[in-house]
Design a protein around this ligand. Structure first.
Ligand code: UDP
Ligand code: MG
Length: 315
């Protein structure tokens, strides 16, 4: 019996990419022995013709299923929607822009058949990303892995294969704010890493601007580490200890040498420094409390407007 494998592809404004994607991916999937595929596209509230093209694909081919979300929920939520809908024995997640090489899928399946539960693609060459993105990404991985546990492997993106058991584990994680790279690492399982070279987008432009990436990084830190809020206890204690020493010094100096009145600038400096450290730490508390607030509301991660598939209309 061939294995049913699900390919999950989140799409946001990818009208120029989806047809080319399906033309490229079809022959690759057909070549992989002993597999049948379902291809789940998630239209993440695109405001171009993406949905139109996707529905045309689903009209022609019963392997395609389209999840139409009610608005743009972001890539993490779109992937979650796809994972929830997928029925395969294994799931492959892939971007629509062909930056993840389709040829790697066959190798992933081979590794999976040899017993791997997760097979991830690791970008060995990020020259398709600009310097700023490369540098900030390497800072992010370094900082995240120092602060958080479990660690996420460097340059491993969302392009991966997961066995059904991993998918079921992921579905048990109830958080609304989903930093998928962290969640993937958190569930664990036997993981094999395959290297690949990340090419440039087939068409269109990246949906992750500098600020979106910053927010994703913040999500990563706050979802997997409480060190940024705990550290202020130590910073504060150390500051208080220094202040105490300084107080003792001032008392001794006054007793020994009297009380001249210099020190305006050092006082001003200390007030401004401590004031800004306090505001910063309140801000960090705010990041966490904001997330607690969102989690307690327990809103769904995404809303589906409609599921399109040939199979559904012709039972
Ligand atoms: N994407 C999505 N929702 C979003 C942003 C992006 O589903 O809000 C999809 C996008 O269509 C693509 C994938 O996520 O298939 C990766 O996005 P992109 O190529 O823009 O990211 P980059 O490769 O530049 O990191
Ligand atoms: Mg891309």
């Amino acid at each position: 019996m061939p294995d049913l494998i699900s390919l999950v592809v989140p799409c946001y404004n990818e009208s120029s990419a989806v047809i080319y994607f399906s033309e490229t991916i079809n022959p690759v999937l057909e070549k992989i022995p002993n597999t049948i595929w379902e291809i789940i596209f998630i239209d993440d509230g695109s405001n171009d013709d993406t949905l139109h093209y996707l529905m045309a694909l689903a009209e022609q081919d019963s392997r395609y299923r389209i999840i139409e979300l009610s608005r743009n929920f972001g890539k993490e939520a779109a992937m979650t929607a796809g994972i929830d809908e997928a029925r395969g024995k294994a799931i492959v997640i892939m971007d629509a822009d062909l930056q993840d090489p389709p040829e790697l899928i066959e190798k992933m399946i081979q590794q999976w058949r040899q017993g791997a539960e997760v097979v991830v693609g690791k970008r060995v060459d990020r020259s398709s990303d600009n310097t700023l993105k490369r540098v900030t990404a390497s800072w992010f991985y370094a900082a995240h892995n120092r602060l958080s546990s479990p660690k996420i492997p460097n340059n491993v993106g969302d392009f991966r294969l997961m066995d059904r058991c991993v998918v079921e584990a992921l579905k048990q994680l109830p958080e609304r704010q989903r930093f998928m790279k962290g969640l993937f690492a958190w569930v664990g399982f036997r993981t094999v890493i395959l290297d690949y070279v990340r090419v440039s987008r087939s068409t269109g432009c990246s949906k992750f601007s500098g600020f979106a990436l910053w927010n994703l990084a913040l999500e990563g830190f706050t979802s997997f580490s409480t060190l940024p809020i705990r550290i202020w206890t130590y910073v504060g204690s150390f500051g208080a200890f220094l202040a105490l020493l300084y107080g003792v010094y001032i008392v001794c100096r006054t007793l020994l040498f009297g009380n001249p009145v210099p020190g305006y600038s050092s006082l001003f400096f200390a007030v401004v420094l401590l004031g800004s450290v306090q505001i910063m730490s309140v801000g960090i508390l705010g990041e966490y409390i904001g997330r607690i607030y969102i989690e307690t509301k327990a809103r769904p991660i995404y809303i589906v407007r409609k599921l399109h598939s040939k199979r559904q209309t012709q039972p």
